[in-house]
Design a protein. Structure first.
Length: 214
């Protein structure tokens, strides 16, 4: 603010409305070690009869992993994190439950396009194997009207960007609103990127009102 403006205004400051929240949880080292071991063993069994992924290929498992014993500890962590989200948001409703849970494997060169997860309340990802060049997820501005005008900016900041790149690492768990569009850039590493995705919804919504679409 210039000196002239300082003399004109008694006060001037921005404030945020309608925030978009993403929750980041780091599993304890001993917990993530057990979870990752169980997930990788299950992945090896699921893909035992399949050929190795080629450059630019990706693979997703069936979406019922939350019902399988090897994923029980991860599911418990997800449920606990979701309970914290509801407490933070002051939501007076029974905790949501997992409606789908699946493995994602991205070979070098493979990306995942922008998408959301309709008819769910929360979505999330747990990261099993990441490395430099395959260690981020993109969240996109959920306000379509904000793209009506894009004036040039002198510096890219969290307050003027239309995309936020969130770094991730092994053992990290992210939860976010299912309507929030997200994507993954092409795997620039020489190793596979392995994660577990999931959706959560309130039982009475999912079972009575509208079945989750993802």
């Amino acid at each position: 603010m210039s000196r002239a403006e300082a003399q004109q205004f008694a006060d001037s400051h921005p404030f945020r409305l309608f925030p978009t929240l993403v929750w980041r949880v780091a599993l304890a080292d001993e917990v993530s070690a057990r979870v990752n071991s169980a997930v990788l063993s299950a992945l090896a069994e699921l893909r035992a009869a399949l050929p190795p992924l080629k450059l630019g290929e990706g693979w997703q498992s069936p979406q019922d992993l939350h019902r399988r014993p090897p994923f029980a500890e991860l599911v418990a962590c997800i449920d606990a994190a979701a309970a914290e989200v509801l407490q933070f948001l002051r939501i007076g409703h029974a905790a949501p439950y997992i409606t789908g849970c699946w493995l994602n494997v991205l070979a070098p060169g493979r990306a995942h396009p922008a998408h959301s997860h309709p008819n769910n309340f929360l979505s999330g990802v747990y990261y099993v194997q990441t490395q430099a060049g395959a260690d981020a997820v993109n969240f996109h501005d959920p306000r379509p009207q904000a793209a009506v005008i894009r004036p040039p900016v002198t510096a890219l900041t969290a307050d003027n960007t239309d995309q936020v790149v969130v770094p991730v690492k092994d053992g990290a768990l992210l939860l976010f609103p299912s309507w929030l569009v997200h994507s993954v850039d092409a795997n620039q590493s020489s190793e596979e990127r392995i994660s577990v995705s999931f959706n959560m919804m309130f039982p009475d919504y999912a079972e009575v009102i509208s079945t989750p679409m993802w």
